[in-house]
Design a binder for this molecule. Structure first.
Ligand SMILES: Nc1ncnc2c1ncn2[C@@H]1O[C@H](COP(=O)(O)OP(=O)(O)O)[C@@H](O)[C@H]1O
Ligand SMILES: CC(C)(COP(=O)(O)O)[C@@H](O)C(=O)NCCC(=O)O
Ligand SMILES: [K+]
Length: 251
């Protein structure tokens, strides 16, 4: 068994893999606290990951260190930290400094490439930040975009305006029946944020109409947008872990 762990800026996600198959992804919110008591609770009953522990992280190194300590104590093993590289098989990074591309973005592209068998795609990861990346069928990463996540957009607006401070709470998901325009502040904020993200996706995918992109949504907040996106949009919540599994096979 392999243990695969992805650490984002809000949540830590993991799954085990056996014979190339991932178990269902699990997650905990870490947010600046000691995650080990909670992880120890989840992980104490796991079989020994005799094929290794693999970590990807875009969060503070403290989290990786805590997991390293846990792996040494619990299983006497040293986890492998996976980083972004210039190339993985046929996939080539658009970044001239490839190590600067968030490893979650890089792994999501690797995951998408294998699941879609090399078809051109646009990966949208709705996490703490939203990232959008395009990978074409020649394996070239075309580059990407980064913007605040749905939660962050709500937070900033509530924090920096006098009148909207009271409207920061968990928004309901967007639905196919949602109106275009709102007549209530709470609703106006929610729809404004959702349509900003959808508009961005449409703007980018429209530029590739000659080589249509498979659209893939991932990340914790993807569920909020999903049902209002076209039906051909894939929703793969464990895409980063799928990429991490592929990357682990080359270690
Ligand atoms: N079930 C959910 N419904 C709505 N939002 C969620 C849900 N789970 C997580 N989120 C939001 O998704 C974000 C975390 O998603 P995740 O992809 O794990 O992010 P990260 O990789 O940045 O840690 C947070 O902003 C959180 O508020
Ligand atoms: C853009 C991100 C902050 C997204 O992180 P997340 O929302 O998944 O926690 C992360 O991928 C990152 O730190 N990237 C490095 C910068 C870059 O990709 O250009
Ligand atoms: K992420």
């Amino acid at each position: 068994m392999k243990l695969l762990i992805d650490i984002g800026n809000t949540c830590l996600k993991w799954a085990s893999a056996q014979q190339g198959q991932l178990s269902p992804q699990q997650r905990i919110t870490h947010h600046g606290r000691d995650v080990m008591p909670s992880l120890a609770e989840h992980w104490h009953a796991l079989p020994i990951p005799e094929q290794g522990v693999f970590i990807s992280s875009v969060a503070h190194p403290l989290y990786v260190q805590q997991i390293r300590d846990f792996c040494q104590q619990q299983w006497q093993c040293e986890p492998v930290l996976i980083r972004s590289t210039a190339q993985f098989g046929q996939i080539r990074s658009a970044y001239p400094q490839p190590e600067r591309l968030g490893v979650d973005r890089w792994l999501a592209l690797i995951g998408a490439w294998f699941v879609l068998e090399g078809r051109s795609c646009c990966v949208v990861d709705c996490g703490t930040a939203i990232t959008l990346d395009v990978l074409t069928s020649d394996g070239q990463h075309q580059g990407g975009l980064i913007l605040p996540g749905i939660g962050k957009m709500h937070q900033i607006l509530a924090q920096d305006t006098h009148a909207l401070g009271q409207y920061h709470r968990d928004p309901p998901p967007l639905s196919p029946d949602s109106p275009l325009l709102a007549n209530h502040s709470q609703h106006a904020i929610q729809l404004g944020i959702y349509y900003a993200v959808i508009g961005l996706i449409e703007h980018v995918t429209a530029a590739y109409s000659a080589d249509p992109l498979q659209l893939i949504l991932t990340g914790g907040a993807a569920t909020l947008l999903r049902s209002a996106l076209p039906t051909h949009c894939h929703y793969w919540p464990d895409l980063v872990l799928q990429g991490l599994l592929k990357a682990s096979e080359l270690q």
